[in-house]
Each structure stands twice: as C-alpha cells, then as structure tokens.
Design a protein around this ligand. Structure first.
Ligand code: KIV
Length: 266
C-alpha cells in the first residue's frame, strides 16, 4: 500500500466525494503498530501525551525532548500512515529560528509534518516553517496549550463574533499553506461553516460530523484513560481487560501454577 502523504491529505474534502480523514494519536511503538494496522490515515504524536501517558493535569508540561523521544518510537515502526508531531508549548512562541530548530528536531526524529495551535498570531511562524519545507497542520477552537488563559476545557466559538474570528483564522491558516486544520470543541454548525469556507480538510474532535475527518486520543478511544469527554466514543475497554489479565497472572503466581514446565527452560 502506498504511504500516505501530505499532498494526499491536503486534497481530501468530503464535499468533493473523498473519504473522511482518520487521525489517531499514538505515543509509542505498540500504539503506532495498532493504529497503522487498523488503517488510520494519520498518526499524531499529540502533546496530549502529557496527560494520558505522563500523568500531568494539562498538555503544557510535555517538553521538546520528550516529544522527540516519542516521535522516534512511533517512526521506528515505519507506518503507512502520515506521521504528524505536535509542537509542544513554548517550542514555537519565542522566535522564528527557535521554531524552525525545534520543528527540525521532530522531523529528524521521524515526523513528516508538525501541528501547532493558534490562528492569525501564528502566521509568521507558519511561514518560517514552510520556508524550511516543513508541512504544518493548524489547530483552532479549544487550544489546550492556552488552558491558563481560557480557564478551562470549554466549548469555543459559541457566539457570532467568536465564530467569525474562527472562520477568519481558518482562512488565514489555509492561505498560509497549512495542509489541514484540527477543530477542537466548537459547535457543529461552526465547524460545518469552517469546513465549507476552506479548501483544506478540517479534522474534528468535539466538532460534530460535518468535518472532513475525525481525530481521537488513543487512550480515550480504547478505554485506557479515566476521562470520557462528551465527544468520545469508547470502542474498547482495554484497561478492564488488562486488569483482568494481570489479576489472573498474579493469582497463578500465588497459587504456584505459573510458570508451567512448558514455560520453563529444562
Ligand atoms: O494532543 C492531541 O492529542 C491533540 C488532538 C486532540 C488533536 O492535539
């Protein structure tokens, strides 16, 4: 199967008859193998790793070094899916040279594109990344790296002014050359309007069914995290299965029936 590329994703619009983009986060080699074997289009090494893997209360605690390590783990599996890495908080907020240097570390670790949060205030840094031949995915609506300013994980763009600003931001990111835009926690009708307004795919999370694709966090989808936001549908309960498996093993060890002779070197 041909590897999925940035231009292929960039051209996908459901309105023109294309199939929706499927993006899932993964943070390590086993997760990447599962996502790729299931046939997702994009594997995102998201900064949600801070919360679902590293146990932090928000995404702003993950560092460049941690992202690089996990991008390399995902890339080592050589997936068919496109590999996109989140630029962590403060890796693109200082100056353009710093932004490009940080993005280049993610690319050298195996990412094929980066994702960053924000609208028109990010145009300069998107331009710098594009000049360095680094494809950029945008992220609008609820931008978790702004959690301290926003004051909570709330639905965004609820009134007309905020919706208009979001649509303008999406048009600006598209004109700046972004190949796709994540829309997080925005009303369905606003996501639909954005999707109609731009020629690149929108990928929704908590943004309803009118986007050109959907993204979920691996641990939420598979029942490996405690949190179940409204927009998550759980397709498995891996934590329950894992607890059952470990409990059975512990019981066998305590009962003296593990390991068996077949499981030993004679
Ligand atoms: O970090 C992440 O997992 C993300 C997705 C929720 C889009 O940015």
């Amino acid at each position: 199967m041909a590897r999925i590329t940035v231009p292929e994703i960039k051209s996908r619009k459901v309105a023109q008859g294309d199939s929706p983009v499927v993006m899932l986060t993964a943070y390590d080699a086993p997760g990447a193998r599962i996502a790729d074997s299931a046939g997702v289009d994009i594997i995102l090494i998201g900064d949600s790793m801070a919360m679902v893997v590293l146990g932090h209360p928000d995404t702003i605690h993950v560092t460049m070094e941690q992202m690089v390590t996990h991008v390399a783990a995902v890339a080592s599996t050589k997936p068919n899916a496109l590999i996109v890495a989140d630029m962590p908080w403060l890796s693109y907020h200082l100056d353009d040279a710093d932004t490009v240097r940080n993005a280049s570390k993610l690319i050298r670790a195996g990412a094929e594109a980066v994702k960053l949060e924000g609208g028109q205030s990010r145009l300069r840094c998107i331009d710098a990344l594009m000049s360095a031949e680094i494809p950029v995915m945008g992220h609008l609506g609820l931008t978790p790296q702004s959690i301290n300013r926003i004051g909570g994980y709330k639905v965004q763009a609820k009134d007309d002014d905020a919706a208009k600003l979001l649509i303008d931001d999406a048009k600006s990111l598209s004109s700046a050359g972004c190949f796709a835009i994540v829309l997080e926690a925005v009303p369905k009708r606003v996501a639909e309007e954005v999707t109609r307004a731009i020629p690149i795919p929108t990928i929704g999370i908590g943004a309803g069914s009118h986007c050109d694709g959907q993204v979920l966090v691996f641990h939420d989808l598979l029942g490996l995290s405690d949190r179940v936001p409204k927009f998550v549908r759980r397709y498995a309960n891996l934590a329950d299965d894992a607890i059952k498996g470990v409990s059975n093993w512990a019981a066998d060890v305590r009962a003296g029936v593990f390991p068996s002779d077949e499981e030993s070197y004679n």
